[in-house]
Design a protein around this ligand. Structure first.
Ligand code: SF4
Length: 351
């Protein structure tokens, strides 16, 4: 554990705001809280610097075992990685403030919604923060908007997205890691079934919204076979998606802490191999990434799918408010990778 031997750090910035948030509602084991936000639109870092990011929620109830965004809760001094899926912060949406921020963007700017948590997770059914933001996007022209989600709830906003599309480019990226429902349930316990996600692809495509299907992350010996990836791509094409991507798993320390116990329970025969591969680095190195890239290219060609236009995996890390609240981060040179950023974030929280 990173912090066990240290005295509790003084809460600053987002951690202080999180600690003082009011409970909105408790449902099952999940607690919803409201989080004040000074800025709704942030920026990616490093090579993703030109991209603006929007994340309506912090934490994600979907609870994917490989989720790399769990460290976002460490900003708020929530060190147990499982709290990421049980303590969900809905950003207090202030429509006028959001519209002001939007007006400061330039024509042609790229905005990515859902870089760190799912914008259509269950909380959206009640709080409608994503929907409120899309209403504002519909009034603003000239942007290049991408939405990343694993939820079929995204199809609820198909009509609204057609309004956005009159003035901006908009594309939805729906993640489907496998068509095997049992495997999906193990890996992504509360995510809607793959069949529901495919139905959402079809609804969006029928409405004229371009859809990419992502099979991220590709996990060695779990969902990486050519047959498995091919099934996802083929189904995506049949349901109207126009592009397909898949890239290998990476496991940051906070994700590793959840993924390894999961493997021990569900895939004990793989534990040794995963330990060997991920103990030294969060990224898979060597031949494997190249092999997956070639496999995906072959599958894409077979089904006449395009490569995803937007920046590739991994997505820009959770930056937005932190850059403002922790100015040290904004100045940190070369913070171009997720693990570097996570290390810097932890340092800042220790101050
Ligand atoms: S849907 Fe995305 S943000 Fe939510 S738990 Fe899964 S990987 Fe994490």
């Amino acid at each position: 554990m990173l912090f066990d031997d240290n005295p509790p750090p003084k809460l600053i910035g987002i951690a202080r705001l999180a600690a003082s948030s009011g409970v909105l509602e408790a449902k099952r084991k999940v607690e919803y809280l409201e989080l004040e936000t000074r800025r709704f639109i942030g920026r990616g870092s490093g090579r993703m610097r030109s991209i603006y990011t929007v994340n309506p929620y912090r934490g994600c109830e979907f609870g994917c075992k490989y989720c790399y965004a769990r460290y976002a809760h460490e900003f708020m001094e929530l060190r147990d990685p499982e709290l990421f899926e049980r303590k969900i912060y809905a950003k207090q949406f202030r429509s006028a403030a959001f519209r002001d921020e939007l007006r400061r963007l330039k024509s042609g700017d790229t905005v990515w919604i859902g870089t760190a948590t799912d914008p259509y997770q269950p909380a959206e059914r009640r709080f409608n923060v994503t929907r409120g933001m899309l209403e504002a996007f519909a009034e603003q022209g000239g942007l290049d908007i991408g939405i990343t989600t694993k939820s079929d709830l995204v199809a609820r906003d198909a009509v609204l997205m057609t309004r956005v599309a009159r003035r901006s480019r908009i594309r939805v990226h729906l993640t489907i890691t496998t068509l095997d429902e049992r495997l999906a349930r193990l890996l992504e316990p509360l995510v809607p079934r793959p069949a529901l996600r495919l139905a959402a692809v079809a609804k969006l495509a029928e409405a004229g919204i371009p859809v990419s299907v992502l099979a991220h992350p590709v996990m060695p010996l779990i969902n990486d076979s050519e047959a498995s990836l091919d099934r996802v791509c083929q189904a995506a094409a049949r349901h109207g998606a126009t592009s397909f991507s898949a890239a290998p798993l990476f496991l940051m320390p906070c994700a590793y802490k959840v993924f390894l116990p999961f493997l021990e329970r569900s895939f004990p025969h793989l534990v040794r191999r995963y330990r060997e591969r991920f103990e030294k680095s969060p990224y898979l190195k060597g031949h494997y990434p190249e092999m997956i890239a070639e496999r995906v290219e072959k599958i894409r060609t077979r089904h006449k799918m395009e490569r995803r236009r937007e920046p590739e995996w991994p997505a820009p890390p959770f930056q937005e408010d932190q850059l403002e609240l922790f100015p040290q981060l904004a100045k940190a040179p070369g913070s171009s990778s997720l693990d570097e950023d996570a290390t810097l974030h932890r340092k800042v929280i220790r101050l």
